[in-house]
Design a protein around this ligand. Structure first.
Ligand code: ADP
Ligand code: MG
Length: 721
């Protein structure tokens, strides 16, 4: 590697080493088939039963049973424990659609995450219970599952068919022929009712694409590619109109009928949607109010307890009202709270409350065999991943008309503005300062344009990539490399446009090679700024945070960009900043390119006579363009490497499900008939917001985990059965 003009040697060598490591990693890193154990764990979601026929979609039946699921959040400072789930039991069977119903904040998503094994790990969270799959402990996950999240994320410029085809190509190595894969995708499109919009772009907030319902069904389709036995869907109908919601639920019901075990959470379905459920789980404030068959059975159950559903009322609405706290007045809060407590007790007495690990059997149950050892699915090779991702990145970058138009307009506008301000600079003494000023603003403008564009889109793309990596679709190396390459032609177009307007307007050094150098320097700088934008996007969770952090970080590099503070006057502790500043290297390169060989008009002996003298004043005299380009490339690779490292490190970690404690309490409340007058002594100043995580929760009267101190007198300890 080329040294950086003597001064930047230390940092230059460090950057060179990092860059070389990155290149080695990216190019010669083992393909997915050769990954070490550590690297394979990135893809541990893809363990699966290979008996599933990819083409016909035959599904291995999976029964999931959960017992005594408790999930609590502890606050160490105030010693308060808040239960998100309390003694929840239930069962989901193949061929049946199970709906988890409950008001907002009742713990539906929490339960779904526990069942899917995707509760985000936190030291404050405590998770315990028994989760069995086909009668075996869940610890060795041996079935394929799909999780359709509440938020649908896609590459907006791809069509529905392209999205599915690419996902299929990345995930299904078993289907090698193009015809088979097309047939598979066509089947999926047909199955999910997406044929009519197959060739429409998915779209996003900027470009209108397919409808909300179609997006949700596309999410389900993408998840179905891996032929999962179990499908989890978190509020698949939220945000959809009644018609679309019904179509999505019909799709899920159809999938259940095809043999999948389907578990979804739903807030308040309409009657026709409720009729599609085979089983329901009713949750209120994390406690079970009912779990069992849907249809008339829950109505009959609650009628027995004295709560009758009026004849023409939607059963789902009746159930939702029954298990929701009414915050209209303090009396109604008290009455509804008491009713719910009574219903929770009534249900807990119905079922055997404690089932323990002794029930877990080795081998098979329910007549369904499952594999004990996780099997790693065969994955698509490194090179194939790279080609597919390159194709996708290119489609996304080249088709994004609105973004590209805005970038082009901004490049033209800023070139015209700067060109007008620095119109036809001559060779006078004052033009020296003008030239430096112009080259500095050109460097800043190019960097800022590339940075803001990247931080604006990358955090969202990262979420998609994180999800796809969790599925084991591909690894980071091919992804980042394909992204870099795909964006070269489009990313280069804007700095070139900017340069070709500005250069003649300002009458910079008028030779063709100098013009070529100018364009090359701003182009490489633009990629470097983009790479820095990737790092910022990988560092923070949201676009807003990235938008705040990116420009602030860039400001530091602008200050040390070579124009405001001379590199030689920079305090020692800040010397490293200009050496890592992409603005400084661009500015230095542009100055060398512009000033070398230029003669200025002069009258006095102390006037600057040549460009070389001007460069000496900036301390750029010893350097050349090649060195600055090499330094810029190293900075680019450095940011790519940091992005790679951050994305690799930020893999989501999931909370372990611990076995339940030896004893568990049952809290008994008095069952309160609907409409009972609350006692006058009850006071509640303001109704608690169920969804507010900062809300102060009273210490739970019971402690099923024996981990925290107990308070309350109405606890019965039940013996282990
Ligand atoms: N990791 C967590 N940290 C703090 N609070 C949480 C966490 N997960 C869930 N909660 C809280 O648990 C309650 C239930 O959340 P959730 O399962 O998302 O409800 P639902 O999906 O039924 O609307 C909410 O009050 C939520 O704020
Ligand atoms: Mg939720």
């Amino acid at each position: 590697m080329v040294g950086i003009g003597g001064k930047g040697g230390g940092v230059g060598q460090l950057l060179a080493a990092v860059a070389a490591t990155l290149l080695l990693r990216l190019f010669s890193g083992p393909g997915p088939e050769l990954l070490s154990e550590n690297e394979v764990d990135e893809n541990d979601e893809i363990n699966g039963d290979e008996d599933i026929d990819m083409v016909t979609g035959k599904v291995s039946p999976v029964i999931i049973k959960w017992t005594n699921i408790n999930c609590s959040l502890s606050d160490k400072s105030s010693n308060i424990v808040r239960f998100l789930l309390k003694n929840v039991n239930g069962e989901a069977k193949p061929g049946r659609l199970l709906a988890i119903m409950g008001p907002s904040g009742s713990g539906k998503t929490t339960l779904l995450n526990v069942l899917a094994g995707q509760t985000t790990a936190s030291p404050r969270l405590h998770l315990s219970g028994i989760l069995e799959v086909n009668g075996l402990s869940i610890s060795n996950k041996t079935y394929k599952s799909a999780y359709v999240r509440q938020e649908d994320l896609f590459f907006s410029q791809l069509t529905v068919r392209e999205t599915l085809s690419l996902a299929a190509e990345l995930q299904l190595r078993d289907i090698s022929s193009v015809e088979d894969r097309d047939k598979y995708v066509d089947n999926l499109l047909f199955k999910l009712g997406l044929v009519s919009c197959a060739d429409s772009r998915v779209g996003d907030a900027k470009v209108r694409g397919i409808s909300g319902g179609e997006r949700k069904r596309l999410s389900v389709a993408c998840e179905l590619i891996a032929s999962p036995s179990v499908i989890f869907a978190d509020e698949p109908t939220t945000g959809l109109d009644a018609f679309q919601a019904e179509k999505v639920m019909e799709t899920l019901r159809q999938l259940a009928q095809d043999g999948h075990t389907v578990i979804c959470s739903i807030h308040q379905p309409r009657g026709s949607v409720y009729a599609k459920f085979d089983d329901i789980v009713l949750l209120s404030k994390g406690e079970l109010v009912y779990s069992g068959p849907a249809g008339r059975e829950p109505l009959a159950y609650f009628e027995n307890l004295g709560y009758r559903c009026p004849d023409h009322e939607n059963p789902a609405e009746f159930l939702a009202d029954l298990i929701s706290v009414d915050y209209s007045s303090s009396e109604s809060v008290y009455a509804s709270q008491k009713r719910i407590d009574g219903l929770v007790d009534a249900f807990s007495q119905q079922q055997s409350p404690i089932l323990y690990a002794s029930l877990l059997k080795e081998g098979t149950t329910h007549g369904v065999k499952i594999r004990r050892k996780p099997v790693n699915r065969k994955k698509v090779g490194w090179w194939r991943q790279f080609c597919l991702l390159l194709k996708r990145a290119w489609m996304q970058a080249s088709r994004d008309g609105p973004t590209n138009k805005v970038r082009a307009r901004m490049s033209v506008a800023s070139a015209i503005i700067f060109g007008s301000v620095f119109w036809r600079m001559g060779k006078s003494q004052t033009s020296i300062q003008d030239r430096m000023g112009l080259l500095q603003v050109a460097a800043i403008n190019t960097a800022m344009a590339a940075l803001t564009k990247t931080v604006g889109v990358f955090p969202k793309e990262r979420s998609i990539v994180d999800r796809e990596r969790a599925k084991g679709s591909y690894t980071l190396g091919p992804y980042l490399l394909s992204k870099l390459l795909a964006e070269v032609p489009i990313g280069a177009a804007f700095p070139l446009l900017f340069g070709s307007i500005l250069y003649p307007m300002a009458r910079l050094h008028p030779t063709l090679p100098k013009f070529g150098n100018f364009c090359a320097i701003v182009t490489v700088e633009s990629f470097s700024a983009s790479a820095m934008g990737l790092t910022v996007g990988a560092m923070v969770p949201t676009t807003e945070a990235a938008m705040a952090l990116g420009p602030s970080l860039m400001t530091v590099f602008i200050v040390f960009g070579g124009y405001y503070v001379n590199a030689e006057n920079t305090p020692i502790i800040f010397r490293w900043i200009p050496r890592g500043s992409l603005i400084r290297w661009a500015f230095q390169g542009l100055c060398i390119n512009e000033f070398r060989g230029l003669k200025f008009d002069h009258q006095n002996s102390f006037d600057i006579q040549s460009g070389e003298q001007a460069l000496e004043r900036l301390s750029f005299g010893q350097s050349n363009i090649r060195d600055t380009m090499a330094a810029q490339s190293r900075i680019l690779l450095f940011w790519y490497y940091v992005t790679y490292f951050l994305m690799k490190k930020n893999k989501p970690k999931y909370q372990q499900l611990l076995p339940p404690p030896a004893t568990a309490p049952v809290i008994l409340h008095e069952l309160e008939p609907l409409g009972n007058d609350p006692p006058n002594t009850y006071q509640q100043s303001s109704p608690p917001d169920q969804g507010n995580p900062t809300q102060q929760i009273e210490k739970p009267p019971a402690e099923p985990l024996n981990l925290f101190e107990l308070e309350g007198s109405d606890i019965q300890e039940l013996p282990v059965q």
